[in-house]
Design a protein around this ligand. Sequence first.
Ligand code: NI
Length: 257
Amino acid sequence: MIYILNKKIIAILLCICICVASIIHMINNNNIFNNIDVFSNSPVEEDLYFPAFNVKIDKNDKIVALTFDDGPNSKYTEKILDYLESKNIVATFFVLGINLKGNNNILNRMVKIGCEIGNHGYNHQQLAFLKDKEITRQISYVDNYVRNATGFSIRAVRTPYGEKNNRIIKLINRPIVLWSIDSEDWILKDEKKIANKVLNEIDSGSIILLHDIFDFSYEATILIVESLLAQGYKFVTVSQMFDLESANTNGLVFRNK
Ligand code: NI
């Protein structure tokens, strides 16, 4: 009798355990589902499921990557290249497809002085709102143009506005390099303010976002470089910083933030 009772008690306890576990499971599932529901309203917000990849850079290394977006520009990119060459330092230029024709000499000069060319898409569209085929076209136009004009094969992609949802990352299937310091040059429009913003946030491994299409960005670049050189920083391209030639960087997002 006692034995049968024990068996019943065990069975009841088991039932209670299963019920409690089911309820907890349902509550959890419900929360996850709600989150997906909220975020999936915007294709841009899908990136919340793809955390950016941060590489630990040794503080003593004191390396930074200068990056310039939205060029090349016949006036300002040339001036920036002149300056970089005079200081014997390198940077990365995320170029737009629409600015490539007529600027082969600038692209070749970038490669010649050891700078890196990155891909910023054809015409700065928000990729999240484009169909797969169009995203591929945006990226491959720049890849092909630069390869034909210079022989350089682009590795790094910086999506316009730094968009990085699952679909974009899968389609591009290359390293996507964003930034850790936004100079906000196009908002601040003043070389001292731009330089101060960047220099206040600087750290080893910083990726600095500037645009080689404004005079104030060129002037700010000089202030930033002078200060960083005085502080003992070295300038590297994004491929040098993250070893992007390695195939296992495909599909990763770098931003060091
Ligand atoms: Ni841009």
